[in-house]
Write a protein that binds this ligand. Structure first.
Ligand code: AMO
Length: 439
């Protein structure tokens, strides 16, 4: 028999139940993370969104009725009314002596994944049972860090005069000009899921000057790597009256600020993930290398030859990680590797573009944009794109488009690094990959 919640409401979250509340009655609600039955003594570790507290059920101390009837199983959803007692060895330095426990919902005898924290079940199995898996202490730590990261990004950008924008995710034509688009039906015509906020953020930099958006983009790449997803969450930033060098400064300060906030406010989560000595404040400014300098290091130190104009293969990045393990920029990529909206350098073989790397992983790409309409139309043609289909975008450049620059940063990639995860799917609540569409 299950209990009704009735008029019980939580008086506290577990984190708020401290020794200051000694002797006070509290009502808590959550899930049974662990339990033990030692005959005359039973323990429940109750978990909620903020942490855990111990419920101590001792024969003779609690009513016989409660002692005999308490139901215990992993992840049962319960509410408990009881008194707070100081007990230094328990989580938070307190235990709760219950007057009444309500069992609101139960679980099967055997859960599909380990929820005690003793072992980490296989990732696909965890993803199949994601809502349950997200209750694990490990995931609580990861997503607390994510929450802090997003908050710190917004805080920093608002302090620097940025306006948050929201741009369409259903679009009529490609933004990046590539082929990695998901087509959808939009009533009786074809439309696409957006790959990037690129064109809209550029347009809006001509209105609000400094803009940002944190939102989903879709990449129909059949990549099976530990760093690619089909649905990505991207921080897009665009600044008017600025060039790439202004963006490099802004971005390194943003990275510094976010890590500072995570260390200040989520140190326990970092410690849980054993990252407190890894996710440390980086030295600013970040080292800057040109693409050609990086090719040189790769050739001289790693004995891997990459021709000018080729992308840097993952294998080379992985090895480069041993030489450059921190945050660093790679600037001035060959124009041939960059999209039409990127400004070529004075020597048009190069471009005013950059990537932000953390060790082996690319976190960001960005650069100075073309803001002259004629040049933009020529750039579209050079990339083999039809300027007419970009007319709704290029038309905006008739109306006083300022010089502008910006970047896009993959949130899950950054979280993978901050939390020391092996696979990007761990950094997303419900990842989308070529194989995974549910849950
Ligand atoms: P880009 O395509 O490099 O640039 O994307 C920006 C950042 O988004 C992340 N990212 C991904 N993360 C996981 N899975 C993927 N499939 C994936 N693709 C990209 C990366 C990447 O650095 N419009 C430009 C940005 C700009 O110039 O402002 C763009 O979209 O972290």
């Amino acid at each position: 028999m299950l209990d009704d919640m009735g008029n019980w409401r939580k008086t506290h979250y577990t984190k708020d139940v401290t020794s200051d509340l000694e002797g006070q009655e509290v009502i808590l609600g959550g899930w049974i993370r662990n339990y033990r039955d030692l005959g005359g003594l039973k323990f429940i570790i109750l978990q909620d969104k903020y942490g855990e507290r111990q419920i101590t059920i001792k024969k003779g101390v609690v009513s016989d009725q409660l002692f005999e009837n308490v139901k215990m199983g992993y992840q049962y959803c319960i509410m408990i009314k009881g008194k707070v007692k100081i007990f230094k060895k328990a989580p938070g330095g307190v235990e709760i002596i219950p007057d009444k426990i309500k069992t609101l919902n139960v679980t099967p005898n055997k859960l599909p994944i380990d929820m005690t924290g003793e072992t980490i079940s296989e990732l696909d199995l965890r993803l199949n049972n994601r809502a349950l898996d997200l209750r694990s202490l490990r995931n609580q730590a990861i997503f607390r860090i994510r929450g802090e990261l997003l908050k710190a990004i917004r805080e920093f950008l608002h302090e620097h005069d940025f306006t948050e924008i929201t741009t369409p995710k259903i679009i009529g034509s490609a933004t990046e000009g590539g082929t990695e688009l998901f087509p959808i039906m939009y009533f009786d015509r074809e439309a696409f899921l957006t790959q990037s906020a690129q064109l809209y953020k550029e347009q809006l930099s001509g209105v609000y000057e400094r803009v940002y958006e944190i939102s989903h983009c879709y990449r129909a790449e059949k990549s099976h790597t530990k760093r690619h997803l089909c649905e990505i969450y991207v921080l897009d930033v665009e600044m008017a009256f600025a060039d790439m060098h202004d963006v490099l400064k802004l971005l390194e300060n943003l990275v510094y600020h976010a890590i500072k906030r995570i260390r200040e406010n989520q140190f326990e989560a970092l410690k849980f993930l054993k990252m407190e000595n890894v996710t440390v404040l980086p030295e600013v400014p970040f080292p800057r290398y040109t693409y050609e300098e990086i090719l040189d290091i790769i050739e001289k130190k790693l004995d891997i030859k990459i021709e000018f104009g080729e992308d840097i293969p993952t294998e080379a990045y992985r090895k480069l990680d041993q030489i450059l393990p921190g945050y660093y920029y790679i600037t001035h990529w060959p124009m041939s590797l960059k999209p039409f909206y990127i400004q070529p350098s004075k020597d048009s073989k190069y471009s005013e573009s950059f990537d932000l790397q953390k060790g082996w992983l690319e976190l960001t790409s960005g650069g100075t944009r073309v803001h002259n309409k004629e040049q933009l139309i020529n750039a579209l043609k050079e990339k083999g794109l039809n300027p007419e289909s970009f007319d709704p975008h290029t038309r905006v450049f008739d109306f006083g488009m300022p010089p502008h620059a910006g970047f896009g940063l993959g949130i899950a990639r950054w979280l993978t690094i901050l939390c020391g995860l092996d696979d990007i799917r761990e950094a997303v609540m419900y990842p989308r990959t070529p194989e995974r569409l549910i849950p």
